[in-house]
Design a protein around this ligand. Structure first.
Ligand SMILES: Nc1ncnc2c1ncn2[C@@H]1O[C@H](COP(=O)(O)OP(=O)(O)OP(=O)(O)O)[C@@H](O)[C@H]1O
Ligand SMILES: [Mg+2]
Length: 242
């Protein structure tokens, strides 16, 4: 039997009385770029928030590295190796780039590796190195996204979750973000990517599913979904995303 890095089964999540996720199940393998696509309000962020321990599921199981983790809090999840780059990035704008990065290494496991983690991240993102003394709030949107990814990497995650990293960025910067995702993946970081940029996300992902009003409606390889006429019609046709 293959050992999945992440195994999600029958996950149901509510906000008060309103059910946001219905019987969500999927497996992420080490080395994957796994993508979740779906339109506004589908429940994409809710999946990532549940997996990062920010909100808890009412039922279902989450197994990470062979252990059940669905009742663990956010700090434990980061320590176990799941890091989230949240929608909107969540940087501290009045702290410097370096200070933001250092905050990412808050766990017991990551703290002793802080110096080498900084060197690793500055190697990946030269702009972060150049601007390390600058206030994060003064960076451009694309640069802030790099810092946010860098901060998540400071926890030395085994699974990096990105919530709409390309949102609101110019096409050229979007290209850089997706190249970065591929480069990180080549460095053995497994990636769970939430995107509305369907075309780029499916091109980058080896596995993906479509989420529609809290339910998985389609699942397959990135190429399979990319070739699906329904996806082409529903997303590329109406949204014109390429
Ligand atoms: N804190 C909350 N309280 C109540 N309802 C919420 C809360 N957060 C999200 N929801 C609802 O849950 C559903 C899923 O929201 P979620 O943010 O997960 O969607 P999403 O796919 O990430 O959307 P977007 O693309 O706009 O980011 C939506 O109907 C939303 O209104
Ligand atoms: Mg969202």
């Amino acid at each position: 039997m293959a050992n999945h890095l992440l195994k999600v089964s029958d996950l149901n999540v509510f906000y008060g009385d309103a059910q946001a996720l219905w019987d969500i199940g999927f497996n992420v393998e080490e080395g994957d770029v796994y993508s979740i696509i779906g339109s506004n309000g589908a429940g994409k962020s809710t999946i990532l928030k549940t997996l990062s321990g920010v909100i808890s599921a009412s039922s279902g199981e989450v197994e990470f590295l062979g252990s059940r983790v669905e009742r663990k809090g956010a700090n434990v999840m980061v320590d176990r190796g799941i890091a989230l780059v949240p929608e909107g990035r969540g940087l501290f704008s009045s702290l410097t780039v370096l200070e933001n990065l250092e905050l990412g290494a808050f766990t017991k496991r990551a703290r002793p590796m802080m110096k080498e983690s900084l060197e690793w991240i500055m190697g990946i993102f030269p702009i972060v190195k150049e601007r390390k003394g600058q206030l994060a709030g003064k960076m451009s949107g694309g640069e802030q996204q790099m810092v946010a990814i860098g901060r998540a990497l400071m926890s030395r995650p085994k699974l990096l979750m990105l919530d709409e990293p390309s949102l609101g960025l110019a096409p050229l910067i979007v290209k850089t973000i997706f190249e970065t995702i591929k480069a990180l993946n080549a460095q053995n970081v497994t990636i769970l990517l939430v995107e509305q940029n369907i075309h780029q996300a499916l091109k980058t992902a080896n596995h993906a599913f479509v989420l529609k009003t809290g339910r998985i409606t389609m699942m397959g390889s990135g190429d399979e979904l990319l070739a699906d006429p329904e996806i082409q019609k529903a997303y590329m046709g109406t949204l014109g995303q390429v």
